[in-house]
Write a protein that binds this ligand. Structure first.
Ligand code: MG
Ligand code: ZN
Length: 234
């Protein structure tokens, strides 16, 4: 059983005893995760939960993906942030629908928050729903949201030791997007891609790893191929 942050949003969701508070929160979350899973399955939609540290480029990756695949995939986004709707506005500028969840200081999204956002999204008209989680490599990995899979984003500027230091999220994710690989040219950062591949696969044999640059577009085709296959196989 993971230990995690105690946040106002958790406490609000749960009237509780002092016994097994963590278990109750997880159980309540799982109930909503199941509702979300059922709703998405009813419409036959794919849903991915994107998790990373702040500043790894989640929103930039989503904006580029939405624009490049505009002719083939209809994408909607649920944006999780502590405050502001800056990221949702960036998504809406692509004409894709985006629902902002402000967590009021909480460091992860809960399945009930996603449930409310799904009710506002025009899910029927979409192929894929992306959930951009709050920037944090720790507790978002413990909260199932009803997604088909987690996508962990690691930018090369953060360092190549992250799979070893934060194994939980790398062990649970379907895909690892190694972003900002344009910075590797000219040795602007020290980042050993082989080390990340080896460490991530040691934790998770089936993880798909795509080195990409959302800025230059390098490597993005492989990621689009994976995503398109996921939608087609639904
Ligand atoms: Mg963002
Ligand atoms: Zn948290």
């Amino acid at each position: 059983m993971p230990r995690w942050c105690w946040t106002r949003s958790n406490l609000k969701e749960q009237m509780m005893d002092k016994v097994d508070v963590g278990k109750r929160i997880l159980n309540a979350n799982e109930t909503y995760a199941m509702k979300n899973r059922r709703l998405l399955a009813r419409y036959g939609k794919r849903c991915f939960n994107m998790i990373s540290s702040p500043g790894s480029g989640k929103t930039t990756l989503l904006v580029r993906t939405i624009r490049d695949l505009a002719q083939s995939l209809r994408i909607g986004v649920i944006e999780g942030d502590l405050q502001t709707d800056i990221d949702a506005e960036r998504i809406r500028a692509t004409k894709a629908p985006a629902i902002q969840i402000n967590t009021d200081g909480a460091c992860h999204l809960s399945a009930s928050q996603v449930n409310q956002a799904l009710e506002k999204l025009p899910v029927e008209g979409l192929d894929v729903v992306f959930i951009e989680n709050v920037g944090n490599l720790v507790c978002p990995s413990a909260f199932e949201l009803g997604e088909d899979g987690k996508i962990v984003v690691l930018s090369v500027a953060e360092g190549d030791d992250k799979p070893v230091k934060y194994p939980g999220i790398f062990a649970k994710s379907k895909v690892l997007l190694v972003n900002k690989i344009d910075l590797l040219a000219g040795s602007l950062v020290d980042f050993d891609l082989d080390r990340v591949n080896t460490d991530a696969r040691r934790l998770n044999k089936s993880i798909e790893i795509f080195p990409v640059s959302a800025k230059t577009g390098e490597g993005m085709r492989n990621w689009y191929g994976w995503l398109t296959d996921q939608v087609r196989s639904r």
